[in-house]
Design a protein around this ligand. Structure first.
Ligand code: UDP
Length: 449
């Protein structure tokens, strides 16, 4: 008897090869796979994520001749993105052509590409495939990029250099001030604006998916919906519904054992994500501030995150003694597990979007110390809109660190903030549950396919 072949509907995902982008894209893959789609992930040449058993149902392809992780380290994020988009256009076309040829029993429902992987557009256009843009940042950051892509670089630069203007609210973006806008420390303003105008250009994409929820940013989402003229699907935060372990660095789980020995809500967890840097002076102020706060701390010091040091060798011997009594330092932590741990009472964060939603998802209030880009937008929202964070601005000194940690973990104000964080966690959980806005939005997206 002739074997009947089952036709699969495939979705092709194109993530940026950086932790903060790979994680939500793989979560999206899991969410779509659970709805019955087959998943192909197209990676650049830094594909450690594919070896994980958690993705054995996924199919992985590598774009030949693309950039590697060391290119990301050497070029910095901004030049990396620009170069990647220049060199991947032709090879990605080749990849998709081959996929269509080999998988003739498959329909490709669409190509979902990270907003920064806009080279994907050429291939989808050539093969007339539906495409969808995936934004791994907040809707508010998308709105800001869109506003910035239209400013005049020269006069904007003048405004940004004026200390008085910096503190003013940017017209139409309340409560964001000029200094909260997602400008980048990784390159000149002209190339930032160039990248932004590419990321907000949805070209012929038929939809935009955002890893956010309407209970977090309803007005920014409404504004985007109006502006983009294609459906915008806020389906997040994905980490709650579609766990996808995709750490590019090895997680040190020994810190969970250390957390098990700490009192409830007593520990400050400190992590600056996968790209932010901290200079030696700030690191020392941080160390002494933590020391004076008398609170236990779990500190992620990523190797290479302190320019000029390999790891923690710039910390004084005396501080290292304190670490053995009251602290724990790791190179990379299982962050979601850490945030979920009852001992963790606060998160000192650079406010990357994933860290922000992961903290909200566990009801953990934050100390916000943004470094660059959309982190500044998120920090302002954490402090002024959701009121579950306190932002530290200006130079960092040990007194400020000590006060902030005590304020969050010991004082009444910190407890109030924790209550608000727990309220927001409940709202977020409702939105991803059946009947909730993010859950319905995902269903709407799937039905539109
Ligand atoms: N992360 C982690 N372990 C760490 C530090 C970070 O697993 O020790 C994860 C974190 O859970 C988040 C991601 O790395 O999912 C960082 O993304 P985010 O958007 O917060 O910041 P970025 O790294 O893009 O600046």
């Amino acid at each position: 008897m002739e074997e009947k072949q089952v036709k699969e509907t495939r979705i092709v995902l194109v993530p940026v090869p950086a932790q903060g982008h790979v994680t939500p894209m793989m979560q999206l893959g899991k969410a779509l796979h659970s709805k019955g789609f087959s998943i192909t992930v197209v990676l650049t040449q830094s594909n450690r994520v594919s070896s994980s058993k958690d993705f054995s149902d996924f199919h992985f392809l590598t774009i030949p001749g693309s950039l590697t992780e060391s290119d990301l380290q050497n070029l910095g994020p901004q030049k990396f993105v620009l170069k990647l988009n220049q060199i991947c256009e032709a090879s990605f076309k080749q990849c998709i052509g081959q996929l269509l040829h080999e998988q003739c029993n498959n329909d490709i429902a669409c190509v979902v590409y990270d907003e920064y992987m806009y080279f994907s557009h050429a291939a989808v256009k050539e093969f007339q495939l539906p495409s969808v843009v995936f934004s791994t940042t907040s809707a508010t950051a998308f709105v800001c990029r869109s506003v910035l892509s239209r400013v005049n670089a020269e006069s904007f630069l003048i405004d940004m250099k004026d200390p008085e203007t910096q503190d003013k609210v940017f017209p139409g973006l309340h409560p964001l001030r000029y200094k909260d806008l997602p400008t980048s420390v990784f390159g000149p303003i002209e190339s930032t604006l160039k990248v932004y105008s590419e990321t907000v250009n949805t070209r012929t994409a038929s939809a935009v998916i955002i890893n956010s929820a309407s209970c977090l940013e309803s007005s920014s989402l409404a504004r985007l919906q109006q502006q983009l003229q294609v459906p915008v699907y806020p389906i997040g935060p994905l980490h709650i519904t579609a766990s996808a372990p995709s750490s590019l660095l090895e997680e040190d789980r020994s810190c969970v054992e250390w957390l098990n020995k700490q009192k409830s809500n007593s520990v400050i967890y400190i992590s600056l994500g996968s790209l932010a840097l901290m200079d030696t002076k700030d690191m020392l102020e941080m160390a002494w501030g933590l020391s004076n706060s008398n609170q236990p701390f779990l500190w992620v010091v990523r190797p290479g995150s302190i320019p000029g040091s390999e790891w923690t060798e710039s910390l004084p011997e005396e501080f290292n003694r304190l670490v053995s009594e009251r602290g724990y330092i790791v190179k990379w932590a299982p962050q979601m597990e850490v945030l979920r741990h009852p001992a963790v009472g606060g998160f000192w964060s650079h406010c990357g979007w994933n860290s922000t939603v992961e903290s909200i998802g566990e009801g953990v209030p934050m100390i916000c110390r943004p470094f660059t880009g959309d982190q500044k937008v998120n920090a302002r929202y954490l402090e002024r809109v959701w009121r579950i964070g306190v932002q530290l601005e200006g130079d960092l000194d040990k007194e400020t660190v000590e006060r902030a940690v005590e304020w969050l973990l010991v004082d009444e104000e910190g407890a109030e903030m924790r209550k608000r964080a727990i309220d927001l966690k409940e709202k977020i959980e409702t939105s991803v549950r059946s009947g909730g806005s993010s859950c319905s939005s995902l269903d709407d997206f799937v039905n539109s396919m």
